[in-house]
Design a binder for this molecule. Structure first.
Ligand code: PMP
Length: 354
């Protein structure tokens, strides 16, 4: 693993091989996974002990743009293997967006039609991307969020089960297995077995369960920590507040060491800072994950925390996340200006007025 000191461009050029082979893949599915780890250094400087390191796994580098590519590939390939998905069937599922994109991509690659049920209020960009892969979208009641999509999807499936293959990401162990087989081993190798804590936000729970299980199988002392919205009415797209939700069948809370609740506004602020300070524009669940990782880091004397940034921020540009950003920036400016004014007027008056 690289040391924390940053190498200069010159020293990097000196050590790089002359020829860097191209990464080639026979199809898009082979480009899923092997995402890089980014060490978060600037945001944490002076806040956490120098002996504590935080790395974020950048899942936005997957071809469909999110961590869900791993689960979608695993569920569909296992469906074909088991004979549950045969040519002519339609892939049907409920999704908060990223799984939809991933299923649409995998379906297009393998030649299966895809139909997706999602809450009407998911971001416009997500709907458009799904359509670009040739998939069909069925909208559910936005007030019922992802649970409404789950219920409508169950109804559609029950009316015509022969027509569909339903990966059912909430109850399909192939979802967690994808992370047991790929995300976990990648983190283990990328940290050279130094990882001490794994922190991941929960939607279906696939990432935290599968990766956590793998890491604990390598070293049972590794702590696995889930991150969840602190309120049922949250704005963290893709995440679930478990106490008020239909609990996914693949989510086993007893395997976790701890859970960290995060407020929507705090996660959003972390996203703004990540963009401006680390040069990383990510989705809101990444903000939540990093905030939890940093809160955890403050309690440690040493350790290597790995968290997951499930996607990049481009899909959210038309959502509350970035509408809120303008207000946030305005507030920052106002506070800065007020401080400047307070500093200027604090100068002493001439003695004859005092
Ligand atoms: N963040 C985002 C943006 C997501 O779309 C999801 C999946 N819904 C998650 C985090 C959580 O991933 P998982 O389903 O593996 O718990």
């Amino acid at each position: 693993m690289a040391t924390r000191s940053q190498s200069s461009p010159q020293s990097r050029a000196e050590t790089e091989p002359e020829f860097v082979p191209l990464q080639r893949a026979p199809n898009v599915l082979d480009l899923i996974g092997n995402t890089p780890l980014l060490e978060i250094t600037k945001l944490t400087e002076g806040i956490i002990a120098p002996t504590v390191r935080i790395f974020a796994k950048l899942e936005g580098f997957n071809p469909g743009g999110s961590v869900k590519d791993r689960a979608a590939r695993s569920m569909i390939l296992r469906g074909i293997e088991s004979g549950a998905l045969t040519p002519g069937k339609v892939i049907l599922d409920s999704t908060s967006g990223n799984t939809g994109i991933a299923l649409a991509m995998v379906g297009a690659t393998l030649g299966y039609p895809v139909e997706l049920v999602m809450a009407a209020n998911v971001s416009r960009e997500r709907k458009r991307i799904i359509e670009a892969y040739g998939a069909k979208i069925i909208l559910s009641d936005p007030m019922e969020q992802s649970d409404g999509a789950i219920r409508l999807c169950r109804k559609i499936y029950a009316e015509n089960p022969e027509r569909y293959f339903k990966p059912d990401q909430y109850n399909n162990e192939a979802n967690s297995l994808a992370h047991f087989e790929t995300t976990g081993p990648e983190i283990w190798h990328q940290t050279e077995a130094r990882v001490t804590h794994f922190v991941a936000a929960i939607g279906t729970g696939g990432t935290v369960m599968g990766t956590g299980r793998f890491l604990k199988s390598k070293n049972s002392a590794i702590k696995v920590i889930a991150v969840e919205p602190d309120d049922p009415m949250h704005g963290l797209e893709g995440l679930k507040h478990m106490a008020s939700s239909i609990v996914p069948g693949i989510y086993h809370e007893n395997e976790l060491d701890s859970k960290i609740p995060i407020a929507t506004e705090d996660a959003y602020e972390m996203v703004y800072m990540l963009g401006q300070i680390e040069g990383m524009v990510v989705g809101q669940s990444s903000g939540a994950a990093l905030l939890a990782a940093m809160r955890l880091a403050r309690t440690l004397r040493e350790g290597t925390i790995v968290t997951v940034f499930p996607d990049f921020g481009d899909k959210y540009l038309s959502t509350n996340l970035w509408i809120g950003w303008q207000q946030w920036q305005q507030k920052q400016w106002q506070e800065r200006l007020k401080k400047m004014v307070a500093k200027i007027i604090a100068k002493n008056l001439p003695t004859d007025i005092q």
